[in-house]
Structure formats: C-alpha cells, structure tokens
Write a protein that binds this ligand. Sequence first.
Ligand code: NAD
Ligand code: IPM
Ligand code: MN
Length: 361
Amino acid sequence: MKIAILPGDGIGTEIVAEAVKVLKVLDLNLELETALVGGAAYEAFGHPLPEATLKLAKDSDAVLFGAVGDWKYDTLDRPLRPEQAILGLRKNLGLFANFRPAICYPQLVDASSLKRELVSGLDILIIRELTGDIYFGQPRGRRIATDGHFPGAEEAFDTMRYSRPEIERIAHVAFQAARKRKAAGGEGRVTSVDKANVLETFQLWKDVVTEIGQQYPDVALDHMYVDNAAMQLVKAPKKFDVVVTGNMFGDILSDAAAMLTGSIGMLPSASLNDKGQGLYEPSHGSAPDIAGKGVANPLATILSAAMMLRFSLNQPDAAARIEQAVDKVLTQGLRTPDIHSEGTTRVGTVEMGDAVVKALG
Ligand code: NAD
Ligand code: IPM
Ligand code: MN
C-alpha cells in the first residue's frame, strides 16, 4: 500500500511528522513517499503543485496531507498561491466527498468554548461537497463593470453553480453515511443545508436532495437554511446527525463545528473520490501564527491517518488502535495549548505524538 505524504507549509510539516511516526510503528506494509506541496513546492520548483507531486498523489492508494499557505504568498498570482495545490489535488483526483466528523471527546468537554452540557456526547458528521460550487465555477475574474450599481468601476465576480449529477452523488454519500450510523446505533438523519430561499443553485440542491432522499425511506431528511444552521450549530449542536452541504457553506460550518470539539486541532477529514481513493488532512490550515513553535496539536492529523486506514486501506483494526491511543493520551491528561484546561498537563507537538505512539502498546 503506497501512501503519498505531503506535509506542505507552516505547522503542516510538524503535525505530519507525528502522524508518520504513528503509521510507522503500526507494523503494516506501508510504502511512504514524501513530496513538496504548497509554498514549499513553489520555493523549490516555482509551482505549488508540481507535476511530480500530482503524479505521486494519483499513483498512491491514499494521500496524507498537512496544510498549505502563508501570508507571504498572498500577493502572488492566484495560480501560484499555495492554496491552489490543495484545490488542484481535490479537482484532479475527483475528491468530491469530504467527511468532517466533529466528535467531542468526554475528556475535552471543558476545552470547548460552549457549555459542557451542549457539547458533551457530541458526535456529528459534516459532509461537504468538495469539487463544485463557487470554488470552481466559471466564469470568474476581474473586469470593468458595464452594468450594476457602478458601471465603469472595477468589479470582481465568481460563479456559484452545481449540476444535478454533482448533487445526486453527494446526496447518496450522505444518505449512505446516515444509514451506516443508524446501523451502528445512531439516529440516521440527514440535514441538508442550503440557501434555497435566495439562490437558484441551492433550490436545485434542495430539490435534488429531496428526490434522492426518497430512495432512502429508512433515513430521515430535513432541510435548513445555512444562516439558521450556523446558529443551531452553536445553540444545540447535538440535534444534528449528518449534515450535507455545498463546498462554501461546508468550509465555514466545519470550522465552526471544530470549536464544539475543543479545538480545530481535533478535527480530521477524509476527501474521497468514486474509486475509494482518498486524501486525508486536518480541517485546519498551516497556522502561520504558531508555526515553528512546536505547539501545534497533531491529533487532527493523526486521526486523519486513522480515517485513511479505515476508508482507503481497509485496515479498520489499525484505525481503531490509533483512535484508542488518542483517547488514552487524553485520559492521561496530556494537552497541547489549544485544548489545555485547568488540571491537565501542557505538552508540545512532539511530546503528544510520542505519547500516542506509546499508547499504541
Ligand atoms: P488556520 O486553520 O491555519 O488557523 C486558524 C487558527 O487556528 C490559528 O489561530 C491557528 O493557530 C489555530 N490552529 C490551527 N490548527 C491548529 C492546530 N493543529 N493546533 C493548534 N492551533 C491550531 O487558518 P488561517 O489562519 O485562516 O489560515 C492560515 C493559512 O492556512 C492560510 O494561508 C490559509 O489559506 C491556509 N489554509 C490551508 C488549509 C489547507 O491546507 N487545507 C486549510 C485552511 C487554511
Ligand atoms: C479547507 C481550507 C481550504 C478550503 C483552502 C485552504 C483552499 O480552508 O480545507 O477547509 O477553503 O477548502
Ligand atoms: Mn477551511
């Protein structure tokens, strides 16, 4: 089983090193090959997603990704910016289904910014469509306006669009995930988040999700506008089970959901294509504000590696071992600064990774 390791920029290199350490002690027959991506690849090769990196990702059974980006690249032409690397990987590999599970470990209820009773026992799954929407819609660009409020003025525009098949396939993913959760004792409900009250794109979204839902009579379906969903996420997050939404809304709602779990440093993700190939990365970014300080939380990346073993490499036992080891280090009271609370032990990135390795037994 071949895995492409793409650490990227900022804390990406620090957190991926810890996940690699964990993978290496699992005694699986894994071939790990590392490549540059993002700002690091731009520095070395003049491009954030070099051909060789893309080829390695395509030829691998799975990709473990850290994060890309730094403020210093924000003035580059857009095709050269680090963020284009992750967008290019998603597009080129067809990774349309992004799973972002928000689980609040009982040990971390006091690390959340919400009251403990609101997050205690939280286990929700955000499914974000990842290759469409306003992120990829054409046309986009800058021009001189010929109409609108200020003809003759400079304007910029992006295009929000979804086709029926794009919505159908992500809806199937969501209903099947809810069905699986129901079989495992969960509620089995999909909340489709849209903005159908204003946007044509999301009226089609709502219509298509409703149609597909009829094929899953065992799964409950409800619809919620995205503004209300943002509010409900912080008001009563446990009322959600599976949330399915578009690329842009999913980006925003999943960062909000991260804080229900204690920190964005706890939120793993899996991005899958229709062949089961996947890219695994924490939901957070390169955190330039803490990069190089050895304090980043590696657990979202380590938990992403566990998702990789389960979803792409058919190693559910190894995945469970990692998850149990994470649970154990939290029970031991070890905390990076982002999840630290009174009475727990503050550790750095490397100490946390070492502790997970030790807890694997
Ligand atoms: P960010 O997620 O990098 O950081 C937001 C905040 O969360 C920061 O205060 C950071 O210190 C904290 N944080 C993030 N991960 C953490 C961790 N593991 N442990 C402890 N604290 C953590 O978002 P941002 O600051 O808006 O963006 C920084 C850069 O990352 C930008 O260039 C952005 O484009 C990029 N980015 C990349 C990805 C990706 O590669 N998939 C995702 C999001 C942002
Ligand atoms: C994420 C990030 C990316 C996104 C950026 C870096 C392109 O925020 O993975 O959530 O917007 O999808
Ligand atoms: Mn994001």
